[in-house]
Write a protein that binds this ligand. Sequence first.
Ligand code: NAP
Length: 320
Amino acid sequence: QVPPGAPSLPQSGQNGGVPVSAHKLIDGKAAAARVLLQVREDVARLHGQAIQPALAVILVGSDPASQVYVRNKILRAEEVGIRSVEHRLPSDTSTEQLLILIGQLNADPAIHGILLQLPLPAQMDELRALEAIAPDKDVDGFHSQNVGGLSQGRAVLTPCTPSGCLYLLEQTCGDLRGKHAVVIGRSNIVGKPMAALLLKADCSVTVLHSRSHDAQALCRQADIVIAAVGRARLIDASWLKPGAVVIDVGINRIDDDGRSRLVGDVDFDSALPHVAAITPVPGGVGPMTIAFLMKNTVAAALAQHHALRSQSEAVCHSIY
Ligand code: NAP
């Protein structure tokens, strides 16, 4: 099935080769714009109820890629009417100092979402920091309470990248029930939550990793392939069943004849003739991640507002 709001991306092959047939491209930029439009409308409704959704972004150290990611998140928040507050900490910050800041943000009713930009500097305890974020403000969905809730199939704040991938798949394939999905990669950020979301969507799910035997043959059985490996162009046509739908999460910087550029985990030019649809890199999954961060922030603001209202109603009941 061709994605609705069909990608209007007649462009050259990712390696500058033959022109790409536009209907096979899953256009993450256009999909993210649709999600953000909905978020903007939701934010406007919240403004109407005197609620200002707010996202706190914590950046420790000066990793150049992290600085770019944080800047983009803040820009996108402003565009949709979400207030953002940036906290920059020096790279020699201790875990305890970071926990103090997280505690203050947890206690601040004007902050609805807390995003801790990863990776943290080596001396810091990442897991402890993520666990310190209040689960209802955990817009990245990395707190164990949200991870557990997702694996139980409950409605919780869910990691942004896999949520964005699921949205693209639903738009592309329609009904996902019964489809065989192969997730390549088992990280806590992408692979595992992706598998949980696909299972929740009634797919049959296989997860492959660096120790999998015969990964290529297993992958060739998939109706849907999600590549989240971090190895440039690892997956070529020989990994793919004809007519598979491919979501390429990978972002890998390569040197191409002295020119630095980004490629995915999938060898795009090799895969394209075999697939029903595929996300390009860049312009596929990347924009969806930020869009779902905004969506999670609004969901968190709404849930916290409801919780506050129920609390005050309970107090009124106990008084009168
Ligand atoms: P990660 O933590 O390094 O995990 C990579 C996974 O791939 C691991 O589970 C590893 O297996 C598996 N793997 C490695 N080599 C393999 C092989 N030859 N065959 C099968 N599996 C193999 O990476 P990540 O954080 O999940 O990120 C994956 C990619 O997605 C990266 O390129 C990253 O930059 C990108 N990414 C993109 C976005 C976005 O917004 N577009 C967001 C997040 C990540 P083991 O567990 O056995 O080591």
